[in-house]
Design a protein around this ligand. Sequence first.
Ligand SMILES: [Cu+2]
Length: 128
Amino acid sequence: MKKLWICTGLIALILGLSACGTKTGESAASASPGTQDAANAQKVTIVASNWKFDKAEYRVKKGQPVSLTLKNEQGVHGLEVEKLNVKLDNKTKTKVFTPDKAGRYNIVCTIPCGTDHLKMKAVLVVEE
Ligand SMILES: [Cu+2]
């Protein structure tokens, strides 16, 4: 019986922690009043260099607009979020979209950028 309580406690703790983790992402999207979607969007910036994206995973919430920006810090890279039809490059650096399905979406580089082009991969995690 005691074991069960410990388990429940652990689960509550884990849930609490993950809730905190997502809060930080939300607070980054501080909205300026008077504008719609783009202002309320969860802002995510992906920084690309030779030959990687700055994070392995980028997290957003399902059903809320996402303003996704590509920043080329070194070299020229593009990106595509597979299955979400989001493509960014130096011409289109930011796109606002609303993921309506939770899941993991691969992010790949779309511009043949050199030696380790094929290693440029990350994941957009859309959380419930
Ligand atoms: Cu590339």
